[in-house]
Write a protein that binds this ligand. Structure first.
Ligand code: PEP
Ligand code: MG
Length: 593
């Protein structure tokens, strides 16, 4: 074949990096070429039978998708499940079904042709939308149409069966296909279609499969069994790489795998200092589907479940049942580990439709009607009560802790606790179960609360210091303003003194003090927090292995001495240097990475 030798030479293609990691493997081309549907007219007497045939094919498609969902393992991400469910909904959508039935009955055409026309109509609507996310949804309707068409024609709809360690190459992959490819089945994925929000991207990330998409013309240059390198960080695909290129990427792959393994190697080890002090490393999450990853990274509990997302997604505000079901789902996944749920913390940088619609027109939203203030205001009171009812009922199903954000002082705390008592009384009246011993805690994220921590500590079961806001309010630095971000300094001596005092107040009252701001996940800052006497740190899951490594390499006694010393220093820079020098002198321990 002319030019074949040339095309067999190493070639690099650039696309969009959507899922990190390096994959090296042989190409497995997914043909699945679009089927050309037969087109013919049917006799008026056969129209009904043709409609029935269409309904049967839709039913079969629905059952196949249901089966694929059944096979998804617990470790697989919820995104697969939701995307396939969305396809099932499309199968039943009137725009598809009624339109196709309409074409059959009005124009006496066969089911395949009618279906193609209905799919094309919907596609046209998506084509006209500017938004990239919605344009990518075009492929969803294509996949749904294709499946029904295959069923109408009795063609293969079975799963893809690539050999292990293959790199799957496709124009595009249906979610149903992608969901069945996971880390252990294939090495990587590359497609011509798609962008960062395409389902291939979402699912590849959830399955930790290196992936590059948006590689135009790819399926024309790659042949089955070609050796491929997928660089999911650089967004590069190398076709038929030379031996030195393979060696270079193998090296990169080895380094990445070693780093990941070293970090995750301590997953089942306790976060215990060399002199035996146990630090509880918890995860911050936004929903139950993040719990799997949290546990995989070694979290022993959830220290902050931010419930705001329930209010920000979808067009309906969450009701009692939604709160109940979501919390029970989270407790089930936590399997007996503690789960700290924070009541909604909306307003300022976390906006929900109902707050925006109220047009509060505040000059300083960060200092305005937000968070617990909103819960106690007419605008949010009923939503708050519904959340409390749902969460209290869920507390019967596992170790739930309830946490209130942005508490400024005792009046506010007592007002919130009074609502909790009212809700408990309602539940009792309706003979609904809840945990009568349910732990109630507050976030310390304002200087006013920190200063009277001793008074607050008498009336709650735990504290969690929210330093993201505490730094903002202590230093008068807007946490989302780049212009002043240089002043946003977790190791500022003022903040360390506040943390010391809050930890002390908690200890004196015999209640646990956690810290759940971003600084908990910084391996240079976490040892200072441990030295200050905080026994619970809650952070994003990916930060846990490294923080655990530092904890395991440290001694609490030494950290206490270090903290005494840094508390005498005048600036954050001096404190940072002192801590860095201490950490540099630590000998790594087994599993300390
Ligand atoms: C905080 O303020 O530190 C915190 C954890 O809460 P959020 O970031 O959700 O405001
Ligand atoms: Mg906060």
């Amino acid at each position: 074949m002319p030019g074949r030798d040339e095309t067999r030479a190493e070639q690099r293609r650039e696309g969009v990096a959507v899922s990190p990691g390096v994959a090296i493997g042989r190409a497995f081309l997914v043909g699945r070429d679009l089927i050309k549907e037969p087109r013919y007219h049917v006799e008026p007497d056969d129209v009904e039978a043709e409609v029935a045939r269409l309904h049967r094919a839709i039913g079969a498609s629905d059952r196949q998708l249901e089966k694929i969902k059944d096979k998804l393992t617990a470790s697989q991400s919820e995104s697969d499940f939701h995307i396939i469910t969305a396809h099932q909904l499309m199968l039943k959508d009137e725009h598809l079904v009624d339109a196709a039935v309409g074409y059959i009955t009005r124009e006496s055409i066969n089911a395949e042709w009618a279906l193609r026309r209905a799919v094309d109509d919907i596609r046209g609507v998506f084509d006209a939308i500017e938004d990239a996310y919605f344009r990518e949804r075009r492929s969803d309707i294509d996949f749904v149409g294709e499946r029904v068409l295959r069923n109408l024609l009795g063609r293969d709809t079975g799963p893809l069966r690539p050999p292990p360690d293959a790199v799957v190459v496709a124009y595009d992959l249906s979610p149903a296909d992608t969901a069945q490819l996971h880390k252990h089945a294939v090495a990587g994925l590359i497609t011509e279609a798609g962008g960062k929000t395409s389902h291939t991207a979402i699912i590849a990330r959830a399955h930790e499969l290196p992936a590059v998409v948006g590689l135009e013309g790819l399926t024309e240059v790659v042949e089955d069994d070609d050796l491929l390198i997928v660089d999911g960080v650089g967004g590069v695909v190398i076709i038929n790489p030379t031996a030195p290129t393979v060696a270079e990427y193998r090296d990169q792959q080895r380094r990445q795998v070693a780093l990941e393994a070293a970090l995750l190697g301590n997953r089942d080890l306790p976060a215990q200092t060399r002199d035996g002090a146990l630090v509880h490393l918890y995860a911050n999450i936004d929903g139950p589907d993040e719990i799997g990853a949290a546990l995989e990274h070694g979290a022993v509990g959830v220290g902050l479940y931010r419930t705001e997302y329930l209010f920000m997604m979808g067009d309906q505000l969450p009701d009692e049942d939604t709160h109940y079901r979501t919390a029970v789902a989270a407790l089930t996944r936590m399997a007996g580990r503690p789960l700290t749920i924070r009541t909604f913390d909306l307003g300022a940088d976390k906006l929900a439709g109902f707050v925006e619609n109220a047009r509060l027109d505040e000059a300083n939203p960060a200092l305005g009607l937000r968070s617990t203030r909103l819960c106690l205001h007419d605008l949010g009171r009923e939503l708050f009560r519904a959340q409390l009812r749902g969460l209290l009922r869920a507390s019967a199903h596992g170790p739930l802790r309830l946490m209130f954000p942005m508490i400024s002082g005792l009046d506010e705390l007592r007002a919130v606790k009074a609502v909790v008592e009212e809700v408990k009384a309602e539940l009792r009246a309706h003979r609904l179960d809840f945990d009568a011993q349910l732990a109630l805690g507050i976030m310390i994220e304002m200087p006013s609360a920190a200063v009277i921590a001793d008074l607050l500590a008498r009336e709650v079961d735990f504290f969690s210091i929210g330093t993201n806001d505490l730094i903002q309010y202590t230093m008068a630095v807007d946490r989302v303003n780049e212009l002043v971000s240089y002043l946003y300094e977790p190791l500022h001596p003022a903040l360390l003194r506040i943390l010391r005092d809050v930890a002390r107040a908690g200890r004196a009252a015999g209640i646990p003090v956690s810290l759940c701001g971003e600084m908990a996940g910084d391996p240079l800052v976490a040892p200072v927090l441990v030295g200050l006497g905080l026994s619970e740190l809650s952070m994003s899951a990916v930060a846990i292995p490294e923080v655990k490594g530092v904890v395991r390499a440290s001694s609490l006694a030494e950290l206490q001495v270090l903290v005494e010393r840094v508390l005498t220093l005048a600036t954050a820079r001096e404190i940072r240097d002192e801590v860095a020098a201490h950490l540099a002198g630590l000998a790594p321990t087994a599993g300390a990475a």
